[in-house]
Design a protein around this ligand. Structure first.
Ligand code: C2O
Ligand code: CU
Ligand code: CU
Length: 460
């Protein structure tokens, strides 16, 4: 059982200035929730923010009632339960369109997570319709780690040598406040205002676990880096470079939905918004005092740097990377699929401006876009115009192909978010198991999501 109060707070993120934030429990990132597979966790959220919120546990196998449907609001104090508005593309952020009359209805809400799922790194974040991007930007994001005995017994680096890394980018105004284009209400009125951030909002400061470009002291040993790209729109291609110019191996052991069957070694690891990569880096070959920089090859100038590791001391290392990491990955075959669907993720006209559409349609909570049956296996063909990280709620999936070719090395394992590259068609396969009910799939570029690139997934 956890209790989380959502409230305004501030933090010194950049030296010498305070940044006002929206937080879970006053902290950014929010407190990490540690959980065990199959041991249900109930989180009571209390909303003391000035706006309605919705909590979603990303990657969780969660009954629909606790999955954080975008209109399933936790109202703040002094707000009245109202029919959610259905306007789109209004990523204006701060204050909603509800009528703030002084009737308190639901200030708190219990979310129950059975966590009957493979151990992995999950994250919880706001998911309010049309307002997710600015809410996450202002701080409503945190980690939840699910573990089990089988994973604990593998001998992977653990304790202080296991580092969850939540990577985000943010822009700051001179007074330290977060700079989000749409936080300025006057912008809303200007025609064409969506265009400047149609591609999504980027920041020029890279934060890891809420700190700008941190330098973390490490032993000369293996570390398990559990990386989440929690940025609204920024993509990264990570590499680990030591100060003598060597590139360290990034040995991937897990994907969004837990351990791979066997490790996959990368030199360069692309990571789209909402993706998680579980990676082992071995610092034992780096001399004491040496620095290993985590570089984003897609960045330029300061956004090329993510963080660094300072090797502080020699150390013994009892950890290992087993050649077999897991044996329970679903192995769905094409012939298991009872249907194939195709979805185009593309820009389109909406309300006189541009919106991001799935199959030509903007998100409508009242429309069933996909209706399927519990335990059906399906293949989905996802086609993109520009870069879209596509996320399915409830289920994990496997990547079958990219533009007719075999998946890439970083597509290994069980995923819940897949990065569609510009012009690409990606096939995924999944089984809709676990729970019946209404779920979602959407682009996890948070601005695209708010600009209507989301659809309903109804499991009967
Ligand atoms: Cu990370 Cu629908 O969410
Ligand atoms: Cu999700
Ligand atoms: Cu997108």
């Amino acid at each position: 059982r956890y209790e989380i109060t959502q409230r305004e707070a501030s933090a010194e993120i950049l030296p010498g200035v305070r940044t006002p934030l929206w937080t879970y429990e006053g902290a950014f990132p929010a407190p990490t929730i540690e959980a065990r597979r199959g041991r249900p966790v109930t989180v009571t959220h209390r909303n003391e923010l000035p706006v309605p919120t919705v909590v979603h546990l990303h990657g969780g196998r969660t009954p629909a009632a606790s999955d954080g449907y975008p209109t399933d609001l936790v109202l703040p104090g002094g707000w009245q339960e109202a029919t959610p508005h259905t306007g789109h593309g209004s990523a204006q952020g701060a204050h909603g369109m509800h009528d703030p009359r002084a009737v308190v209805t639901r200030l708190t809400r219990d979310y129950t997570f059975p966590l009957d799922q493979r151990p992995t790194l999950l994250w919880y974040h706001d998911h309010r319709m049309d307002f997710t991007a600015p809410a996450i930007w202002r701080g409503l994001a945190g980690l939840q780690i699910v573990r089990d005995d089988a994973e604990d017994s593998l001998g992977l680096p653990a304790g202080p040598r296991e580092l969850p890394l939540m990577i985000t980018d943010r822009a700051f105004a001179a007074d330290g406040s977060l700079d989000y284009p749409s936080l300025d209400p006057t912008l809303r009125e200007r025609p064409g205002v969506r265009e400047p951030y149609l591609a999504g909002v980027l920041g020029d400061v890279i934060l890891v676990n809420g700190a700008p470009w941190p330098v973390h002291e490490v032993d000369a040993a293996r570390y398990r880096l559990r990386i989440l790209n929690a940025s609204n729109a920024r993509h990264y291609e990570l590499e680990a470079v030591s100060d003598d110019g060597r590139r360290l191996d990034l040995v991937q052991i897990g994907a969004d939905q837990g351990l791979l069957a066997a490790p996959v070694t990368h030199r360069l690891l692309p990571i789209a918004p909402a993706e998680r990569y579980d990676v082992i880096v071995d610092f034992s070959g780096v001399p004491v005092g040496g620095l290993v920089r985590m570089v984003n090859r897609l960045g330029s100038g300061r956004t090329r740097e993510v963080m660094a590791f300072r090797v502080a001391r020699k150390a013994t290392d009892g950890s290992r990377i087993p050649r077999t990491l897991s044996t329970d990955l679903p192995a769905w075959r094409r012939s298991d699929a009872v249907r194939v669907r195709e979805f185009a993720f593309r820009v389109g006209q909406m309300h006189g401006g541009h919106g991001w559409l799935i199959g030509g349609l903007p998100f409508d909570p009242a429309r069933a876009d996909v209706t399927t049956h519990l335990d059906d296996v399906e293949i989905w063909r996802l086609v993109a115009d520009v870069h879209h990280p596509v996320h399915l709620h409830l289920v994990g999936f496997r990547v079958l192909s990219r533009s007719g070719r075999p998946p890439l090395p970083h597509d290994a394992g069980l995923k819940d978010t897949v990065s569609l590259r510009p012009g690409e068609g990606v096939e995924i396969i999944t089984r809709f198991d676990g729970y019946r009910g209404r779920y979602l799939f959407h682009c996890h570029n948070a601005e695209h999501e708010d600009m209507a690139m989301m659809a309903n997934l109804e499991i009967l």
